[in-house]
Design a binder for this molecule. Structure first.
Ligand code: HXC
Length: 259
């Protein structure tokens, strides 16, 4: 039985696919503490569910998420933010085993963009508006934006977003390599297709592929290559490797047992 959450909707649009929809429409999905707790609990619940192979995170047509909740954080003192280590559990999505696809329509600003940047695959509707407007509030991105954007789009473009707060549209975000834009069709439907495809593979290989790509953002090239090679070798101990290669040789579909 799936739990119910006050600020997110959870559904299964297709076998093996969990769809988590941010649902605080009055505030354009601004992320307050209760909302973020729900997102994080729902994501963890999906990650731990053996029937789920991939997770989609989406918002509304108008907003993926318009950032951290400004009204909630505006009166915080340094002592409160520092002592409580404000946003310490923010990285929860990056700790999940299963692939996460962000399907972004409308505003993904500040913490909203940073949330999307934690996903493994980013798809966007033509309506997407991405930016890090924190500089206009007297702060900087605090959910990984400065680091993830610098890795993803390089120094000059990351600086421009962070220092001017300029909001970019879907086309520019695609040219910069942040998202793939889904034209002529719903971005959520496309995310369900990609997620179903991933969910149809052997879970162990998918998990290893995700870990190996993520290593590229944390390790030197030499360490990353060694890590990849060891994972590759380890996969020869799985039944899925035996099955996948036997199925190819026998010209039939593989039957994964995720073991
Ligand atoms: C709290 C927010 C909000 C936010 C929108 N709302 N964004 N409330 N925090 N981040 C609320 C508005 O106050 C308003 O509530 C309702 O949502 C609708 O928004 P409007 O402004 O009336 O809509 P519109 O004129 O269409 O403008 C949309 C917008 C604008 C351009 C997205 O709302 C905006 O600039 N929002 C703030 C974006 C931002 O600065 N984000 C970064 C936050 S800092 P009422 O009650 O008036 O109807 C951040 C730090 C990250 O994210 C740290 C790490 C996580």
């Amino acid at each position: 039985v799936q739990r119910e959450y006050a600020n997110v909707l959870v559904s299964r649009p297709s076998p093996g696919v969990a769809l988590i929809t941010l649902n605080r429409p009055k505030a354009l999905n601004a992320l307050n503490a209760a909302h973020f707790q729900d997102i994080s609990d729902a994501m963890k619940e999906a990650d731990e569910d053996a029937s789920v192979g991939a997770i989609i995170l989406t918002g509304s047509e108008r907003a993926f998420a318009a950032g951290a909740d400004i009204k909630e954080m505006k009166d915080k003192s340094f002592a409160e933010a520092y002592t409580a280590n404000f946003l310490a559990d923010w990285e929860v999505i990056t700790k999940l085993k299963k692939p996460v696809i962000a399907a972004v329509s409308g505003y993904a600003l500040g913490g909203g963009l940073e949330l999307a940047l934690q996903a493994d695959i980013l798809l966007a509707a033509p309506s997407a508006q991405l930016g890090q407007p924190e500089v206009n509030l007297g702060v900087i991105p605090g959910g990984g934006g400065t680091q993830r954007l610098a890795h993803l789009i390089g120094k000059s473009r990351a600086m421009e977003l962070v220092l001017t707060g300029r909001i970019i549209g879907a086309d520019e975000a695609e040219r910069w390599g942040i998202v793939r834009v889904v034209r002529g069709g719903s971005v959520v439907d496309e995310a369900v297709k990609v997620a179903s495809d991933i969910a149809s593979k052997g879970r162990i290989a998918v998990n290893a592929g995700k870990e190996a790509v993520n290593a590229a953002f944390e390790m030197s090239l030499a360490e990353g290559l060694r890590f990849e090679k060891r994972l590759f070798h380890a996969l020869f101990s799985t039944k899925d490797q035996k099955e996948g290669m036997a199925a190819f040789a026998e010209k039939r579909r593989a039957e994964w047992t995720h073991s």
